[in-house]
Design a protein around this ligand. Structure first.
Ligand SMILES: *[C@@H]1O[C@H](CO)[C@@H](O)[C@H](O)[C@H]1NC(C)=O
Ligand SMILES: *[C@@H]1O[C@H](CO)[C@@H](O)[C@H](O)[C@H]1NC(C)=O
Ligand SMILES: *[C@@H]1O[C@H](CO)[C@@H](O)[C@H](O)[C@H]1NC(C)=O
Ligand SMILES: *[C@@H]1O[C@H](CO)[C@@H](O)[C@H](O)[C@H]1NC(C)=O
Ligand SMILES: *[C@@H]1O[C@H](CO)[C@@H](O)[C@H](O)[C@H]1NC(C)=O
Ligand SMILES: *[C@@H]1O[C@H](CO)[C@@H](O)[C@H](O)[C@H]1NC(C)=O
Ligand SMILES: *[C@@H]1O[C@H](CO)[C@@H](O)[C@H](O)[C@H]1NC(C)=O
Length: 300
């Protein structure tokens, strides 16, 4: 009995049409052309006119692309797929019923079913995810000037044109995560692409670095931007102090040099004066002596 059932099952299996689609979600880049793989096996040689392929949206069963009687049948195609789909006709015989989807949009994201009928029929469903890279993040802050340590500063990190929503991570100069006081907003444009803005409010410390790292869940780490804010309240005084000290030292050195020069000059002139005086005295003494010797004749 069991053997019979097994035989029946095996017989059924031998005849069965197998449809293969990717098991893990397929990631398609926004704006590019993508191929949704679907292959079938388990049928022996067949006439193309006996083959039907239906690609549908899994949840609504709306037609994405249909093929039967050896040609594309697009009368019931969902409007938004018009002119954007195609099969690979020369590949159908070898069991390749993959769908080419051109200029992928955000709205295309979802589950697609590949339905194949030859002598019998089977189907498979696959998930397609759309990804778009964000622009390089840009960090700005305000107020921009006259910042002192202790001030609250709002740093904004913005990036745009990405999909799906980004994860924004703030880090300080030492690589620590800053998770307090962060608000994130993500707004989609008419194409479904997001602009992300993350605002971090910090109490400013002198000379601090903040980086904003952007992660796209489908594409991974995308970019980062950092800023270093020097709080002028603390950064400028040391500079001013240094300048003052340097100036003072210069001035002092100048004074000392001047004093030394002056002292030498004074001493020199004093010596000159003294020398002159001495010379004068000497002359006077000489004259006096001469006078004396003239007055008193030599006793010999
Ligand atoms: C589609 O199938 C081809 C051939 O088997 C394979 O090389 C390719 O990686 C597949 N693409 C995806 C997105 O699975
Ligand atoms: C089907 O054919 C297309 C075009 O040659 C190719 O890109 C795709 O990978 C094929 N898929 C499979 C599953 O073989
Ligand atoms: C396929 O079928 C059509 C009609 O059903 C027939 O005219 C044609 O010869 C067949 N082609 C092959 C290759 O068997
Ligand atoms: C598709 O292409 C045809 C012919 O090129 C054109 O008339 C039609 O407007 C296009 N449809 C869309 C939705 O672009
Ligand atoms: C920071 O956060 C990210 C994401 O939440 C995590 O992967 C990482 O390990 C964290 N790093 C630190 C230093 O906490
Ligand atoms: C977060 O904001 C609150 C209120 O604005 C403030 O008291 C707190 O210090 C802030 N925390 C950090 C880490 O900046
Ligand atoms: C500011 O930080 C940078 C990098 O951490 C460091 O090289 C520099 O010396 C710091 N400057 C001051 C004035 O603290």
């Amino acid at each position: 009995m069991l053997a019979l059932l097994l035989c029946a099952l095996l017989a059924l299996h031998a005849d069965a049409l197998d449809v293969h689609v990717p098991e893990s979600p397929v990631v398609a880049l926004f704006g590019t052309d993508t191929v949704l793989n679907c292959s079938f096996s388990g049928v022996s040689a067949f006439n193309l006119s006996d083959l039907s392929v239906f690609w549908q949206l899994s949840d609504t069963k709306r037609a994405v692309h249909s093929f039967w009687q050896s040609r594309d049948q697009l009368s019931d195609q969902e409007e938004r797929f018009a002119n954007r789909t195609g099969l690979f006709p020369d590949q159908l015989r070898s069991g390749n019923a993959s769908l080419l989807l051109r200029r992928v949009r955000v709205a295309d994201e979802g589950s697609y079913s590949c339905f194949v009928r030859v002598q019998t029929y089977s189907s498979g469903a696959m998930l397609m995810q759309v990804a778009a890279p964000f622009s390089k993040p840009l960090v700005t802050w305000g107020p921009e000037s006259a910042l002192k340590p202790g001030d609250a500063v709002a740093l904004s990190c913005v990036a745009y044109g990405g999909y799906p929503e980004a994860e924004v991570l703030w880090q300080d100069g030492a690589g620590r995560n800053l998770t307090d006081n962060v608000t994130v907003s993500q707004v989609a444009n008419e194409e479904g692409l997001f602009s992300v803005k993350s605002v971090l409010t910090v109490i400013l410390e002198p000379n601090s670095t903040y980086s904003c790292r952007l992660n796209n869940p489908l594409l991974g780490e995308e970019g980062q931007a950092s800023v270093t804010i020097t709080a002028q309240g603390l950064v400028f005084p040391p500079l001013a102090l240094w300048l003052t000290v340097a100036l003072a030292v210069c001035l002092l050195a100048l004074l000392v040099a001047l004093a030394a020069v002056c002292r030498r000059k004074i001493r020199e002139s004093c010596e000159e004066m003294r020398a002159e005086e001495e010379a004068k005295e000497l002359e006077e003494a000489k004259e006096l002596e001469e006078a004396k010797s003239a007055a008193t004749p030599l006793k010999s």
